[in-house]
Write a protein that binds this ligand. Structure first.
Ligand code: PLP
Length: 264
C-alpha cells in the first residue's frame, strides 16, 4: 500500500561535512528503518572543525518544500533542528500549523560545538513563544534550557525547575540532556512526562572527541521511533541507547570533532 511505510521529516540545516544536522538525521532515521524526508531551512559550509558559513533558505522555498512533502508523503512524526533566524522560525511554525505532520520533536539547536550560532539571539523568544507550544517533546541541552527558561542551572533541582517551566511554555514532554553539565563524570538526562511523572537516565560520560551531531542523532532517533508507533517513553529510551552506542564507536574522519558511527 502507498504510504504504509513509516515516514518521518527533519526540518533543519545541512552540514556539508556530513556529521550533524540533516545528514545526521537522515542516517539515524535510515538506521532505525524509517523513511526520511527533509525541509532544508539553511545550508551550512561546515566540517568537523567548525561552521565556516551559513545561508538561510528563502521563505518561499521553505513553504514549497513543506507543500511538496505534504502533497505526496504521509509523515508520521517530524523534528526541527537548526532554524537560523526569526523569519525562518516563523515560516516553520506557519507550515507546522498548516499541515498534519504527526507529533513534533523540537531540538532547540542554538550553538554548534565550535561556537557558531545556528539560531540568532532574536529568534530565541520566537522559538519559546511560537514553536515550543506545538511540541510533543522538546530536547534542550543545559545551556539551551537556560536560554529558553531564564533559569540558571547549577544542580539537579534547577534542571527539574527548568523542565517544569518548559512544560508551562506548552511543550508536552521535556528531555533535558545532561551531557553539557559541568564537573561531572556522568551525563544524566532528565525527562518530565506530560502526565507529570519524571525520571533520570544515568549514563557514564564517554571520553571521545567524536561527538559531532549527538543532539541531532538522539532527537532524530526519537522522531523515527515515534513514526514507527512507539510511545514517547519507549522512543526516548531507544534514542538514549542509540546515541550511547553510536558515540562509543565514533568514526575517525576529519581533523576536529568527528561524527558518530551509525553502523555499529
Ligand atoms: N550544524 C547543524 C546544521 C546542526 O543542526 C547542528 C546541530 O543540531 C550542528 C551543526 C551542531 O552540531 P554539534 O553541536 O554536534 O557540532
Amino acid at each position: 500500500m502507498i504510504n504504509d511505510y513509516p515516514q518521518a521529516l527533519t526540518i533543519a540545516g545541512t552540514d556539508s561535512g556530513g556529521g550533524a544536522g540533516i545528514p545526521a538525521d537522515i542516517k539515524t532515521m535510515q538506521m532505525r528503518g524509517v523513511y526520511s524526508a527533509m525541509v532544508v531551512v539553511a545550508v551550512t559550509a561546515q566540517n568537523t572543525l567548525g561552521v565556516q558559513d551559513a545561508l538561510p533558505m528563502p521563505e518561499k522555498l521553505i513553504d514549497e518544500q513543506f507543500a511538496s512533502i505534504a502533497d505526496d508523503l504521509k509523515i508520521r512524526a517530524c523534528k526541527t533542528g537548526m532554524l537560523a533566524d526569526p523569519t525562518r522560525v516563523r515560516a516553520v511554525v506557519r507550515n507546522l500549523k498548516k499541515y498534519d505532520l504527526g507529533p513534533l520533536i523540537v531540538d532547540p539547536v542554538m550553538v554548534a560545538k565550535g561556537g557558531a550560532k545556528l539560531l540568532s539571539d532574536d529568534a530565541i523568544t520566537i522559538v519559546r513563544d511560537e514553536l515550543i507550544p506545538l511540541a510533543s517533546l522538546v530536547t534542550p541541552n543545559i545551556p539551551e534550557a537556560c536560554e529558553l527558561t531564564g533559569i540558571t542551572i547549577r544542580d539537579k533541582n534547577d534542571i527539574k525547575k527548568a523542565a517544569r517551566e518548559l512544560q508551562k511554555q506548552g511543550a508536552k514532554n521535556i528531555l533535558i540532556k545532561g551531557g553539557h553539565a559541568e564537573s561531572s563524570d556522568k551525563a544524566d538526562d532528565y525527562i518530565l512526562f506530560e502526565d507529570g511523572n519524571d525520571m533520570w537516565l544515568t549514563a557514564p560520560r564517554v571520553d571521545t572527541k567524536n561527538t559531532h551531531g549527538t543532539g541531532d542523532t538522539i532527537s532524530a532517533c526519537i522522531t523515527a521511533e515515534i513514526a514507527k508507533g512507539h510511545s514517547m517513553e519507549q522512543a526516548i529510551m531507544i534514542g538514549k541507547t542509540y546515541v550511547e552506542k553510536t558515540i562509543s564507536k565514533g568514526i575517525n574522519v576529519g581533523h576536529g570533532h568527528g561524527p558518530l558511527n551509525h553502523w555499529v
